[in-house]
Design a protein around this ligand. Structure first.
Ligand code: FAD
Length: 408
């Protein structure tokens, strides 16, 4: 194998090319990205970049500018890959260029799902995925601005917290009963909703939006399905992403809610791999899932690189992510099993606690709020499917490491 092309120059693609060189691959590597930037971090986009757009954090990019040239990575930025030519083993770029490659990694991520109503594309209606999206949004999140957040998943909840910090007057509309309820379950979703409310967010949960009032190409009010009209200066929409599967689908690869991959990160074509937010992979607890987390994109990008080089890879990990909102560092690993036994360790009142979700005695999910050290151990408890007595889990004096030792 002499050449590898990676389509998608962000986290999964960026980590993949690093791993290819780290593993000693000496052939041609081409990294193709539609955005004009070399791979960068998205997590600061809903936090530090909004707080202070003029001072993007120092570690914003994955690598220094010179790293790609020094490592002989042919970086093709600002250009879209338009098709995979499987007979010629090539990636076809917009503008007519072809990149020949023996193996291809698709790390194309996804783009924000749009509202389907009048005003959805107005200049003051924001969707957040890229650096440019964040900079445009930041210009509207000014002291005193009236901001309506539509959708309180991770992105909506993080932007709500950042907007409050910037002095905006925030109304959050969410059709489910609480923010992040799919991820955290009802008990902790309601806890989080209350934290937003206490910090000044006007929470409108179990409510959808039925329309937007547009004046001079700007949305000036959002109409809720209970008839109320919320006047606003800008709208932030966080209603999920559409995985960028079109290249794969058009080439005849198997896709569903993502590009289907096996535990070697291989698609239905043996020379094409996929990783990151776009990959639909085997779930750690069964079934198939598409993860939208930083850690998965980084780890699966590296795993795919190793698999492309013929190394043995068996990639199947539980979800792990973090989210920072106000003074809350929220981390979650695993999943919430059906009829989960829920045990809280620590003090929910003071926002320093962990929660364990068990199927029978087996720990399948761990949530920590401002207790990151518990997550360090919690992740391993989930990965090793450790069983535990819930009274011990609830005891803050009991060392979770004891459970790991016993499981060994
Ligand atoms: C605002 C924000 C905050 C986040 N915060 C957190 C957090 O706190 N914690 C956490 O765990 N996760 C967080 N995430 C999620 C995490 O950043 C993503 O899971 C990760 O970026 C996914 O990486 P990826 O490389 O798979 O996809 P992406 O980052 O989407 O990168 C895919 C790249 O491929 C390019 N591309 C797509 N199609 C083509 C094509 N045909 N040709 C060329 N290029 C193409 C796209 O332009 C894009 O640059 C956050 C995400 C966002 C948007």
């Amino acid at each position: 194998m002499k050449s590898i092309a990676v389509v998608g120059a962000n986290l999964a693609g960026g980590r993949a090319v690093e791993a290819l060189r780290a593993a000693g691959f000496d052939g041609q590597i081409t990294l193709i990205g539609e955005e004009p930037w070399r791979p960068y971090e998205r997590p600061p986009l809903s936090k530090e970049v909004l707080w202070d757009p003029a001072n993007v954090p120092d570690n914003f990019f994955l690598q220094d500018e010179g790293w790609y040239a020094e490592n002989r990575i042919d970086l093709r930025l600002g250009v879209r890959a338009e098709a995979l030519d499987l007979t010629a083993s090539a990636v076809q770029l917009r503008g007519g260029d072809h990149v020949r490659a023996d193996r291809v990694l698709l790390a194309t991520g996804g783009s924000p799902r749009k509202l389907n109503m009048e005003g959805a594309d107005a200049a003051n209606v924001h969707y957040l995925r890229t650096r440019d999206d964040a900079l445009r949004m930041a210009a509207d999140l000014v002291d005193g601005a009236r901001i309506v957040i539509v959708g309180m998943g991770v992105i909506g909840a993080e932007v709500a917290a950042s907007a409050v910090r910037l002095g905006c007057r925030v109304t959050a509309v969410e059709p489910l009963a609480a923010p992040m309820i799919r991820a955290l379950g009802p008990q902790f979703g309601h806890w989080l909703g209350e934290e937003h409310r206490k910090r000044g967010v006007d929470t409108r949960f179990s409510r959808g939006i039925s329309g937007m009032k547009v004046t001079d190409k700007r949305v000036t009010a959002v109409q809720l399905d209970d008839g109320s009209l919320i006047e606003c200066d800008a709208v932030v929409v966080g209603i999920g992403i559409e995985p960028a599967t079109s290249l794969a689908r058009d080439a005849g690869l198997t896709t569903n809610n993502g590009i289907l991959t096996d535990r070697q990160c291989r698609t239905s074509n043996p020379d094409i791999f996929a990783a990151g937010d776009v990959a639909e992979q085997e779930g750690f607890f069964g079934g198939r899932i598409r993860q939208e987390t930083y850690q998965n994109a980084a780890d699966q990008g590296q795993a795919a690189a190793q698999a492309m080089l013929g190394q043995t890879v068996d990639y199947c990990k539980p979800i792990w992510y973090w989210s920072d909102q106000f003074d809350l560092n929220i981390q979650f690993c695993g999943h919430i099993p059906v009829a989960a036994k829920v045990t809280v360790r620590g003090d929910m009142e003071s926002n320093a606690f962990a929660a364990f979700f068990q199927a029978g005695d087996t720990i399948e999910g761990v949530l920590t709020v401002n207790r990151a050290p518990d997550m360090g151990v919690g992740k391993r408890l989930v990965e090793r499917r450790v069983a535990a007595d819930s009274t011990r889990l609830a005891d803050p004096d009991f060392s979770l490491r004891e459970l790991l030792k016993a499981a060994r």
